[in-house]
Design a protein around this ligand. Structure first.
Ligand code: 58G
Length: 230
């Protein structure tokens, strides 16, 4: 998997240079290339912003540097081109799985009050949102996508961790988990987990998943899981 990012703030992606994602980049399990949109500005002052037609507060990203950056990075339109935006389609675990199956992604990060609509219309394949809130730039949202996608790349997670057996893989919330000691500040681990009866443990976990999902996220039970996984 190859991931390209177009951004005015490549330094923001230092946030990916720690932990499991950093290790995966070192191991070259996927590549991450950051492209500074400002380097593509034809303006003598390298400006990338301009006033919105029709008026209104704030500035927009001007189309020329974005178009030239996107076309330089992905000249043959081989990448799935994503623009991070609060009006994008919500990012879900099943969308993450689909993105992880792509050969290459190009994630475009906006700034100011957003980008010229003509760039979205002519250069972007998908507009994605990480949630119903506005950020000052698309960088944090792009890092969320990259982090979530990276977990599906073979070798990124340890063999003991799995993307199959986790929250959302069946459209339900996770069951509660416990480690040693068996009693902590007077609170005991549920007896069944110490029983060694794996059928009983599996049954208990599934019941807990349903109970917790019913209580905290009943909306998730309305369908049969995002991709009919239940
Ligand atoms: C209003 C203000 C609309 C992604 C700014 C668009 C990006 C939230 C998300 C923008 C983002 C999200 C400029 C800054 C997009 C542009 C960017 N905010 N919820 N902000 O995924």
């Amino acid at each position: 998997m190859k991931i390209d990012v177009a951004t005015l703030f490549p330094e923001a992606f230092d946030g990916l240079k720690v932990g499991i994602i950093a290790k995966a980049l070192q191991k070259e399990l996927f590549s991450l290339s950051l492209h500074n949109i400002r380097d593509y500005s034809a303006d003598k002052h390298r400006r990338c912003d301009d006033y919105p037609f029709g008026g209104g507060a704030g500035m927009l990203m001007t189309p020329q540097p974005l178009r030239d950056c996107i076309r330089a990075v992905d000249p043959d339109r081989k990448s799935l081109r994503i623009y991070m935006s609060p009006k994008g389609a919500p990012l879900t675990q099943s969308k993450v799985e689909r993105l992880a199956r792509c050969e290459s992604l190009l994630i475009v990060c906006g700034a100011y009050e957003g980008i010229d609509q003509r760039i979205i219309d002519s250069e972007i394949d998908e507009e994605l949102s990480i949630g119903d809130y506005v950020l000052t730039g698309g960088e944090l949202a792009a890092m969320v996508v990259i982090n979530a996608v990276a977990r599906y790349i073979p070798g990124v997670l340890g063999s003991e961790q799995s993307t199959e057996e986790e929250s959302f893989s069946d459209g339900l919330l996770e069951y509660p988990q416990y480690t040693r000691p068996a009693i902590f500040e007077g609170a005991a681990v549920p007896e069944v987990l110490l029983s060694g009866n794996h059928a009983e443990i599996a049954k208990w976990r599934r019941e807990k998943q349903l109970e917790i999902t019913r209580r905290l996220r009943p909306d998730l039970l309305d369908n049969e899981g995002e991709d009919g996984k239940r």
